[in-house]
Every structure is written in C-alpha cells, then in structure tokens.
Design a protein around this ligand. Structure first.
Ligand code: PGA
Length: 313
C-alpha cells in the first residue's frame, strides 16, 4: 500500500531532481531512499522514473503521480496547521504583506505587541507596493495585506484599517516651501521624485496631475517611500509622502508640507484577505489587534488627519 511517507520522499526526489541530494537532505542513505522509491513503484505497478542520458526523468505515470502528490501533501500540511493552531495561538505562523509606509512605520509596532503576547507564532512581513501586495494575497503567499484604498472584489475582502493622508513635502529651503496657495501648475515646474509603477502613491500622484491635464517634472524614480523621503531631504526634488512617514522630520523642520490649492489627499489604509479562505486563528487574532490599534489611534478612516496637521511650524 502506498503511504504518505513514500509520497513525501517521491516529491522530494522530484523537487531536487537527484537521489543523492535528496538522501542527504533527508538524512537517509541513498540505498534506503532507492528501496523506498522502488517499494512505491511496486505498490503502484508502474515505474515512476527513467534514466535519460545521465538525468533522472519522470515517466508519464510519475508525472501523473506528482500532480496528485503535490495536492495531497499540501492538504496534509493544511490539516496539520489547522490542528496546531487550535492550541490557543501557541504555534502557527502569520504571513503579512504591506505597502511601504504602513509596512515600515506602523506595522512593526503592532507586530511587537503581538509577538509579546504570542511568542511561539512565527511572524513574517513583506514590505512592497500596492500591486504586489494584492498579488501576494491572490497567490496565497500572504494571509493578510495592509495597503491603501482598494476595491473589494469577488475573491477578496477589504476592511477599513486607519486614516492616512498624503502631502507634497519639500525641504525648508525649497523655493515653494514658504509660499501659500501653490497651484498644481506651479508645482509641475519643479522636480518631483516618484515611486515605481505598481505603487499606490505613484497612482495617486499620476491621477492628481492627469485630472488637471498637467505633466509632472519627474526627477527620479525611487522604489520605497523611505527612499523618497531621504531623496527629498537630500535636495533631489519634491515628493508625495504620508503624514505617518514624516512625524519626526516635520517636528524637526527637516521637511515642510506644501499648501497646494484646496488639495487634500486621503489615502486611508485597509486590511485585505481572500474571501474563500477561512482566516486562521493567528490571522484573525492579528486582525483584531490591528483594529484595536486603529481604534486607539483615532477611529474610522473617514476622520483622516488633515493636511494642515502635516505642516511644519
Ligand atoms: P505604496 O503605498 O507603497 O503602494 O505606494 C504606500 C503606503 O501607503 O503604505
């Protein structure tokens, strides 16, 4: 009778493409591994591998078995995970993905609180842009995403997290720094630092100028909001930043918020996960913590901090 252990060994040989490496990685002798694979072939009545030159290749039966083995082993891993999680969050893992500002300036603090309460849970945070965060959720490579405003759809659920406001930032010696009521037409005459395509901040910036039929003067593309901030401070140009990213710099006067004619840019953060997948105990507990943090911070996203608050004095 074929058993799970044989399937695991078979899948490992296929993944490694080599018996010696597989035997080593599983701390088995090569003859022991070979005899277990033989036993699997015998129980199925079909050879699973064939030698092509010096390479070991799957036979047609082998390919068929591998497709099923992958599914079975994934299911078994799911079952083990579900059982382990029942143990009151003593074990388990949480794979988070977040966009740059919230991932860098907000989530680590909340992860710290979670880790102190559940030290046995393995935490992982991938900090990337909006498009990649959504992809990670759809590909199953993250359990929860924290990101800017996104549409809910058939496959994903999106919930409010916390308010976020973006503003155009400059150094205090920039020609626009002490001007009030700057127009967007004036703004485009100055060099601007932008994020890469796929960034939520980049999409906002593009939309603002497109709505006014204006083209920004792009000085440089930088792939992280922290790099944009440091670029502005280094005098490379203006840039669009979050109030959460700049608390220290606004207080110290290293950065000022430009007052653009009637422009208030709300870019509230949200929590996203797959609709069809039941949230694990760990994910559900972390989501609760996020929401209680947001409640302490200042309630619903609609009550965003105003752009005025962003201005350095
Ligand atoms: P972004 O989002 O990295 O996709 O531009 C920034 C943020 O608000 O975290």
């Amino acid at each position: 009778m074929m058993n799970l252990y044989q399937l695991e060994l078979f899948a490992a040989v296929v993944a490694n493409g080599n018996l010696t490496r597989t035997a080593e990685s599983l701390h088995l002798s090569q003859p022991a591994l070979t005899s277990r694979i033989r036993a699997l072939e015998e129980s199925l009545g079909e050879p699973l591998f064939e030698q092509v030159g010096r390479r070991m290749c799957l036979t047609e039966a082998g390919r068929e078995l591998y497709d099923h083995a992958e599914l079975i082993l994934r299911e078994v891993a799911e079952a083990k995970r579900a059982v382990a999680e029942v143990r009151a969050l003593e074990r388990g893992s949480l794979r988070l993905v977040a966009t740059t500002t919230v991932g860098t300036y907000v989530l680590p603090r909340i992860l710290g609180t979670f880790h102190r309460a559940h030290p046995g849970v393995t935490l992982q945070l991938d900090v990337t842009n909006e498009v990649r965060s959504i992809e990670a959720i759809r590909r199953h490579s993250a359990d929860l995403a924290v990101l800017g405003p996104v549409e809910e759809s058939e496959d994903v659920v999106v919930e409010d997290f916390m308010p976020n406001v973006l503003f155009f930032a400059a150094t205090p010696d920039h020609p626009l720094a002490h001007q009030s009521q700057i127009t967007l037409a004036e703004l485009v005459r100055h060099a601007i630092l932008v994020r890469e395509e796929g960034s939520g901040t980049r999409a906002v910036l593009t939309r603002i100028f497109a709505e006014h039929d204006l083209k920004p003067t792009i000085a440089m593309e930088l792939r992280h909001s922290a790099a944009i901030k440091q670029g502005i401070i280094a005098g490379l140009g203006l840039g669009l930043l979050s109030v959460h990213e700049t608390e220290v710099e606004r207080r110290s006067g290293a950065l000022v918020a430009l007052e653009i004619d009637g422009l208030q840019i709300n870019h509230d953060w949200h929590i996203m996960h797959l609709r069809r997948q039941r949230l694990s105990h760990v994910s559900a507990a972390f989501k609760e913590l996020l929401l209680s943090y947001a409640a302490q911070y200042g309630g619903k996203p609609q009550r965003s901090p105003s752009l005025g608050m962003a201005r350095a004095v």
